[in-house]
Design a protein around this ligand. Structure first.
Ligand SMILES: *Cc1c(COP(=O)(O)O)cnc(C)c1O
Length: 411
């Protein structure tokens, strides 16, 4: 029996010239010379700008676009984003510092996370960013810290909704969760926020990540807006901020298709008039990390050895899971699947073969591609992992086995 094997969605974001991938307007081989060492991550600023423009085309004009920094907190990239998006979402004091180093105004920055320390909260309150509160205890701590600082904290309530984002790669809301305040407990917390005199801004409702199904996102948006309108009956002041999450996915694996962004945008256009009637002061925000950064980035490593073991080809490279845990299949995958991988200086070259790309670590988990079809590679050739601009370097165990960390460049 011969079933057609599912293939990777076509990757068209980087041109190919003389069989070499072009990134940032130059051949990959030249970029590798410029960087001076492998492995490295490269992020293409034009691709990031294109992605923001695509979102602006499809989403209603009144919706603000925030960048969720944990996807890629490289300071140069965050600076670039500051000029393209309307706000940032940070998830730690470290990310907050990077965000505050940009021209982004503090009231356009929000800070979420289930375990914020007093130090992080104090810095956020003093900075004037919006703290997305995730529990009743946190609300009390924020009020006390604001009192000490002599600053009225700007706050929003992160709600753990009473529904799930269907078909998402990572569920972050619905059912029992460490994130946010259970929707049914929010009315009491809103009363308390009024008593404490906090500067209430609105709601943050984020239900999941890496979703490729427009229908599931449509449904989540509808339920999110309904939930916000229901909870708004209990707020101490009008809702000014309504962060409806994001979760837009990108295709990584064979058989996956890009998200139907036009459908998501049309649906929001249909839903927003009622919200505008009921909550006229509410600024709707969509927060995206992966969708903004993933496709603009590549991870590049060099073939050290070409090894044949019992008939199978292994390309042993200087890069691996210590730099790119997600591509190795060990960051939230249940069944290991291959990221799109090519030989970057021989993208479409004549001789092709099936090969596995592995790293230098002494563990069988250190695999970047498992028996994939690619150009025949030799030592010195450059292996490229696509879709690597989000959850790459900072989501990887760089200290494991003591190899140097890779460089990152924005081109
Ligand atoms: C991680 C996270 C995001 C970003 O998710 P992506 O899938 O990268 O878009 C957005 N909001 C919150 C609260 C998060 O925790």
């Amino acid at each position: 029996m011969n079933h057609p094997r599912p293939t990777h969605a076509p990757l068209t974001q980087f041109p190919v010239c003389d069989d070499c991938l072009q990134i940032g307007g130059m051949p990959l081989t030249r970029l590798a010379q410029r960087v001076g060492s492998t492995p490295f991550y490269a992020y293409d600023r034009q691709r990031i700008a294109d992605r923001v423009a695509l979102l602006r085309r499809h989403l209603p004009a009144e919706v603000h676009l925030h960048y969720a920094m944990k996807a890629n907190p490289m300071p140069a990239l965050v600076q670039l984003m500051a000029g393209l998006v309307d706000g940032f979402d940070v998830a730690s004091g470290g990310e907050l510092k990077v965000a505050l180093d940009t021209p982004m105004p503090p009231h356009r920055i929000s800070f979420a996370g289930p375990g914020k320390s007093d130090g992080e909260l104090s810095r956020a309150i003093a900075a004037g960013v919006v703290v997305n509160m995730e529990s009743a205890q946190e609300t009390e701590r924020i009020a006390a810290l604001g009192g000490h600082l002599g600053v009225r904290p700007r706050v929003a309530v992160r709600v753990n909704p009473d529904f799930e984002l269907k078909s998402s790669g990572m569920k972050m809301g619905g059912g029992p969760k460490q994130f946010g305040v259970d929707a049914e407990l929010v009315p009491d917390l809103l009363d308390r926020i009024g008593v404490l005199g906090l500067d209430f801004q609105g709601f943050h409702i984020f239900s999941g990540s890496q979703n490729l199904k427009a229908g599931a996102i449509e449904e989540a948006h509808e339920k999110t807006l309904q939930l916000a309108m229901r909870l708004a009956r209990h707020t101490p002041s009008p809702v000014r901020l309504l962060n409806i999450g994001g979760g837009f996915g990108v295709p990584y694996f064979p058989g996956e298709e890009p998200l139907g962004l036009a459908i998501v945008g049309q649906n929001l256009l249909r839903l927003l008039p009622e919200l505008r009637k009921r909550l006229p002061e509410a600024q709707v925000v969509i927060e995206l990390g992966r969708y903004l950064a993933a496709e603009a980035g590549i991870y590049v490593c060099r073939v050290l050895e070409r090894k044949i073991s019992r008939g199978q080809v292994f390309l042993v490279t200087d890069g691996g899971l210590h730099h790119h845990l997600a591509a190795s299949g060990n960051f939230g995958q249940v069944i290991r699947k291959n990221y799109p991988v090519v030989v970057g200086n021989k993208v479409e070259s004549g001789e092709r073969e099936t090969a596995s790309v592995v790293g230098p670590l002494c563990t069988p988990l250190d695999v970047l591609a498992d028996q994939m079809e690619m150009a025949r590679a030799e030592p010195g050739d450059l292996v490229v992992v696509f879709q690597s601009g989000a959850y790459g370097l900072t989501a990887s165990p760089t200290a494991f086995l003591g190899h140097p960390a890779p460089l990152e460049v924005l081109v």
